[in-house]
Unconditional design. Structure first.
Length: 142
């Protein structure tokens, strides 16, 4: 993705999959806490406005569209992580694995995500995990 773009300018853009089909609309942008760079976009999809997180790298902005290099079905099956909050390292690792992306060394340090039948937002979190939040939301000041 272009690094010279203001992450707030992504909000409201249409998101398309690798075939050019509309996935939804960007609702939020998550920044990496360490670098401040835009890392994930929450895309609102469908009638019930479910939000899925998509990686901004290797996505690209083409005109007024965020082009995501994944099939719509893969985006739709993204784990539900409670959009609107920080991402824990474990949640971020889940996303990297879901999209088949190389896991950065910082995400590998926490080990693989444990499988759970409940959505991650509802699963129990240890105090050490809850103290280490990542992925602040662009424009939120948090």
């Amino acid at each position: 993705m272009q690094h010279d773009i203001d992450p707030r300018s992504l909000i409201g853009r249409r998101a398309q999959d690798s075939a050019g089909c509309k996935i939804g609309t960007v609702g939020e942008v998550y920044l990496d806490d360490a670098t401040g760079e835009p890392e994930w976009a929450a895309v609102r999809m469908g009638l019930f406005r479910r939000e899925a997180l998509v990686p901004l790298e290797p996505s690209e902005v083409v005109g007024d569209v965020l082009r995501v290099p994944f099939e719509r079905a893969l985006v739709r099956s993204t784990p539900v992580l409670g959009v609107g909050r920080h991402l824990s390292p474990r949640q971020e690792l889940q996303l990297y694995l879901h999209y088949g992306l190389d896991v950065p060394p910082s995400a590998e340090a926490d080990g693989p995500a444990s499988p759970s039948s409940a959505p991650p937002a509802a699963s129990s979190v240890s105090s050490s995990e809850s103290d280490r939040d990542f992925g602040r939301i662009a424009g939120s000041g948090s």
